[in-house]
Design a protein around this ligand. Sequence first.
Ligand code: SF4
Length: 324
Amino acid sequence: MAALVETTGLALHFPAPRSLGEALRGQRPMVRAVDHVDLSIARGESVGLLGESGCGKTSTGRLLLDLVRPTAGTVTFDGKNLRALDKAGSRAFRRRAQLVFQNPFDALNPRFTIARCLAEPLVNTGVPKAEHESRIAKALERVRLPALARFESTYPHELSGGQLQRVVLARALVLEPEFIVADEPVSMLDVSVRAGILNVLREVRDGMGLAALYISHDVALVRYLCARVMVMYLGIIVEDGPTADVVRQPLHPYTKALVQAVPVPRVDQSRAPLPITGNVPDARNPPSGCRFRDRCPAAMARCAEEIPALRDVGDGRRVACHLV
Ligand code: SF4
């Protein structure tokens, strides 16, 4: 299937805060948040980006939406390099690709009514006013919220967390995008309302045929929403494949640890401890060779010397490990 979103050698490096010693020595350490990532997402495909906090997932999502400039590499959307778009092309891209914010309590302007929050992206992207009402009505229906009249004089603080997240999703959908990036879409919500939001996300995905990248630390959420999953560790993708296969038979030692941390199928975003020791290393100074080697129970001498390439291993799967 033709890719809607595609990256080649995508990287994002930025200066890290300096310690006094580094400042005195004139050193400027760099954080390598994303390092040479090659990925593609087809039209209508739901892909999970899975990994622990600080592994580069959110930075990758922001790069795909052209919210930050890559240090190296390219992002193409519908065959066009995002960095080569003219003003009109860039504006069209802003309509076609949307971010669903992680924290609904911060995503909406508290001084705007919900109706105004929903109309704002339409105004900002130049959608004719005559279309606003019907587009908002359709988006509210998709996220199973009451009709617009209910929100004409309602402010964000009057809604529950679950209702706010539905408004945030509707706000992205009014532009009828082809691609969304949803960053930890239920992590800020009460457990009791998460399942309802996940059902809405699934209905929206199926109803609109959206391509989506769901960023999450939760294997169960990715299994529920995504046909394919990419596992990220310290700025690189270490495994990629059909979600059912990856969860049933993970190949990379890091994926095995993530899957083992979820002993029973559930979608409750709980954080069971990973069955590996140590924390994700400092992205300013990643280990030589395989970035996972300090925590990998199967590490060997070669792993310190040679970076494992993300190789195609058949059945639609890619893995970056010398053992596989
Ligand atoms: Fe472990 Fe080596 Fe494979 Fe890295 S390359 S995951 S250290 S076995």
